[in-house]
Ligand binder design. Structure first.
Ligand code: HEM
Length: 201
């Protein structure tokens, strides 16, 4: 095995945009002062998540849902392997991480969607409660996700956070992606800017 290109540019840029958007949305969630910034952060998050849905079908090999979404049995087997020290190294996302990713996409869209409705004066107190509940649930899943990344990095002796910056992980040469898809990353940035503007206007 050697260091090969695994994550394309849209996956990497999208991920770090999500981290920034989620953190900013969280920090600006109380009161009216930062309402517009909160709406832009939420719009950015929704834009990235919508693009990620499409990229799960059109993206490069390891970005596709078909390459990392496995049944619950595979996810449990992987988690059990973590405990017994026999978890299999995967070139792309591991089967447990795959479920966390799906959950984060669904929660991100639901949180952003309810936020947009509230921003446009729809719904009532119950919708605000739902929005807050979804955001809190997302925070918990993000916490579990980060813990999973730390455990995975330790167990596999591989810095997964650095890999999300460089795009490179350990793998067989035949598993490498051929292109980092820079043009799609430009499209992602344009799309996210459009979503943030439209949703926060
Ligand atoms: C500082 C905080 C975070 C760190 C260090 C981090 C790190 C990572 C790493 C290393 C991966 C790749 C995991 C693998 O190798 O399989 C990943 C994937 C992912 N993370 Fe995070 N993450 C953070 C926060 C977040 C947040 C806040 C969100 C969502 C709001 C998020 C959503 C995702 C998603 C959707 C993926 C899948 C990437 C893709 O395939 O497009 N992460 N994260």
């Amino acid at each position: 095995m050697e260091k090969i290109l695994v994550w394309d540019w849209p996956v990497r840029i999208g991920h770090w945009l999500l981290v920034a958007a989620f953190a900013i949305a969280w920090l600006t969630s109380e009161g009216e002062t930062w309402r517009l910034v909160h709406a832009y952060a939420g719009g950015t998050l929704v834009g990235v998540m919508l693009f990620r849905l499409l990229w799960g079908f059109l993206g490069s090999r390891h970005a596709r849902f078909a390459s990392f979404v496995r049944g619950p049995a595979a996810a449990f087997a992987y988690l059990k392997g973590l405990v017994t020290g026999q978890a299999m190294h995967t070139t792309g996302h591991n089967p447990a991480g795959g479920w966390a990713i799906l959950l984060l996409i669904v929660l991100g869209l639901a949180t952003g969607g309810t936020g947009w409705l509230i921003y446009n004066d729809w719904g009532g107190h119950w919708l605000e409660e739902l929005h807050e509940g979804l955001a809190n649930t997302m925070l918990i899943v993000v916490g579990v996700h980060i813990a999973g990344v730390i455990v995975g990095s330790l167990v596999h002796h591989e810095n997964l956070v650095r890999a999300m910056f460089t795009g490179r992980k350990r793998g067989e040469p035949g598993e490498a992606i051929a292109s980092a898809r820079p043009l799609a990353a430009v499209a992602l940035l344009g799309w996210v800017a459009l979503c943030a503007w439209w949703l926060a206007r």
